[in-house]
Write a protein that binds this ligand. Sequence first.
Ligand SMILES: *[C@@H]1O[C@H](CO)[C@@H](O)[C@H](O)[C@H]1NC(C)=O
Ligand SMILES: *[C@@H]1O[C@H](CO)[C@@H](O)[C@H](O)[C@H]1NC(C)=O
Ligand SMILES: *[C@@H]1O[C@H](CO)[C@@H](O)[C@H](O)[C@H]1NC(C)=O
Ligand SMILES: *[C@@H]1O[C@H](CO)[C@@H](O)[C@H](O)[C@H]1NC(C)=O
Length: 770
Amino acid sequence: MQLRDQLVYILLALGAFFTGATDGACDPQKAVILGGNYTWLEEGTILKYECPDGKYPHPTTIRMCYGSRWSRMRDAQQRPVGRAVCRDIRCTRPLEFENGLYEPRQPYYNVSQELRFECYQGYMMRGSQNRTCLPHGKWSGKTTVCYDGAGHCRNPGVPIGARKEGSRYRIEDRVRYHCDNGLSLVGSQYRVCQESGAWTGSEPECRSPFTYDTPEEVSSQFISSLTEVAESSDPNKVVSDTEQRRIRITPGGSMNIYIVLDASQSVGKKNFNEAKDVINKLIEKVSSYDVTPKYGIITFATNPKVIVSTTDERSSNAAWVIDELEKLKHEDHSLQPGTNMKAGLTSVYEMMINQQQDEERQGLDPFPIITTTRHVIILLTDGNFNMGGEPAPVIGRIREFLHIGRERVGDREDYLDVYVFGVGEMVNVENVNELASHKSNERHVFKLEGLEAMQKAFDEMIDESEALSMCGLAKEYQSADYEKKNPWLVSISILRPGRGTETCKGTLVSEKVILTAAHCFTIDDVADQIKVKIGQKNFPVAALKSHPEYTVGKLRNLGIPEFYDYDVALLTLKDKITFSAEARPICLPCTAGTTRALRRPHPQTTCREHEQELMSFGNIPALFLTPCREKHENTVGLRRRTVRIKNSDKKQSCEADAKKAKQYKNVTEVSQVVTERFLCTGGIEPEVDPNTCKGDSGGPLIIAKRMRYIQVGVISWGVVDVCGKNLRTCDSDNILERAPSHARDFHINLFKVLPWLRQELREEGLDFIN
Ligand SMILES: *[C@@H]1O[C@H](CO)[C@@H](O)[C@H](O)[C@H]1NC(C)=O
Ligand SMILES: *[C@@H]1O[C@H](CO)[C@@H](O)[C@H](O)[C@H]1NC(C)=O
Ligand SMILES: *[C@@H]1O[C@H](CO)[C@@H](O)[C@H](O)[C@H]1NC(C)=O
Ligand SMILES: *[C@@H]1O[C@H](CO)[C@@H](O)[C@H](O)[C@H]1NC(C)=O
């Protein structure tokens, strides 16, 4: 090891010698990292180190070429840095521990090592007795404090890696924290003992530069802060009623959410679109609380750009806000490399002033914006501000404008929350810490490894138990996980002794009920013969109910052997299932859930408006789900296939092809078998639609809107069986393209069987609207 190090050193030295002559450029040879790799963020000038799991690049992650020397990212003094090495991730040691002992005592701790604390006699312990070094370099549990009950406020403790100045805890007494060399302080550096017995601000944390928050940490801490329902898990904690700022988002309450998106460093479309997706999910999350905040959306690079202003009347219409966001293109900012965070925040400030002027014009006094409106600023950045000056004073001006902390410390603090999400290694947490709010037992600063981690965090947030019953919501980021991507799809098998097993698909519409096709069952089938598979588990069925108007043999006297009008059925499970990421309901038309999924106001939105939005004139893109064979493994996967519901001039020709089905030779008028209950897909115009296969029957025809999934049809029958016995391969549609142009599929339109759905699902809590 020693020897190889020296060798590298010599090579580096030689590199220096040879490249000394070439002016301006840095020598890539000098940038190599021991035990890892690097990639160029900007060819020849900025690179990023990568280390294997459990290691981090030391002394820096990003290296930049200044003149002809490799230096740290944005180091004003451009000091050269030493050779880069991948080091083991480890946890820092306690610098101070008052009134007790801990062991083992080491200069640092390896991942999975444990620290054990003990208090001296006469002292009580708060926080965790044992703490474990976690894989991302943070300690598990909470700061351990040995305290004796003296003082007005309790001893606030010393977080690991920090030193505390001040040991008197009377009203107005102040403590001050410092972090060990190389660690960054996140949270409050100063805390003041308040009359209520609580300390101002939030507990500081001393973070290593390589430490990121996990998506799980972000989702739990951000959402508990945002919804204010979190209580300290510490049973000893004395919390006064005023300190527990409970319901910040009161239903019907007035709230402004400003989303400030850094578009400068987001190199490339993909990142920018991912950032948009994150905002979309955030709006989703907030919509789930039945509040209709006004949104302000601002992007910034060199200059800020207001996408949505809270002064726009439509800013409380989440659907419109998301559409505006969708229109936003990365190109709008891509020619501007600077990160002018100050300008971004100034736009928020200006929006507040404009809103006040609006209120003044309307004759409102006092101004709601300053008195009753809660303001949440969410700043998403993947860089450091490098132009326009310090952004922190703008937060000061906003606080001043909103009358926060004017009369006394902590006054009206509830009316403003500033959250900062730093994504990637360019983020300096100390800088963003200055902008964020600091509130007791809440987190406002987060640092994530990448946008994917951020998406995951927001998916987790939407996923918490109360939101599980939200319909038509899937975990999109796990592209390989079919169940999580399509958590409402169920498989139904009907066992007919002596005649084998028939399979169909269905959808979960509530905790107990499955929607499927009536033709999956014969008149003799009983519930006991039916099994429903949700995720990987089988569930017994208690009842089967087909639509009363469904009569397959109704037209037999006309020589038409099969007739599928009203081809829908409901299965009731013996027991309620528990919703999870793998088992979740889909949205049905004309329910409150769909109103929310469409981000329309509830209860004002009508069933007709659902139909207008979803089934507008045209060739409506919709999707169905079909199993397929994965190419390289011999496993069965599931794919979403896009088709177009013909609700245009193509509708007639689509329906006319029904007569080409072999069972419909005797049909004289197509309307005999294609009633107004059917939706038609398939064919080659305006594009080639894939076709459903036999086993897809009973499954959903879905319209996706803003990442929510609404079922509009139940797959019933097709003109041609294009699949036969062979499962198609997952990544090719070519088998489908060979289907004849008259290969059409017919689905029961759920809008046309609503009276029955309403009646049968009355008890299922779906909240049908009129
Ligand atoms: C560095 O990259 C090469 C090729 O891209 C890869 O084979 C190697 O495993 C990487 N090494 C580390 C330590 O990541
Ligand atoms: C920590 O890890 C290093 C390197 O793997 C090892 O040499 C050392 O013995 C470990 N220390 C403890 C206390 O486990
Ligand atoms: C802490 O660790 C000690 C020794 O391993 C153990 O006896 C004790 O139960 C642990 N305490 C807690 C709260 O887990
Ligand atoms: C058409 O009707 C005739 C007479 O009722 C019947 O024999 C024949 O089987 C029917 N054809 C089909 C395809 O059902």
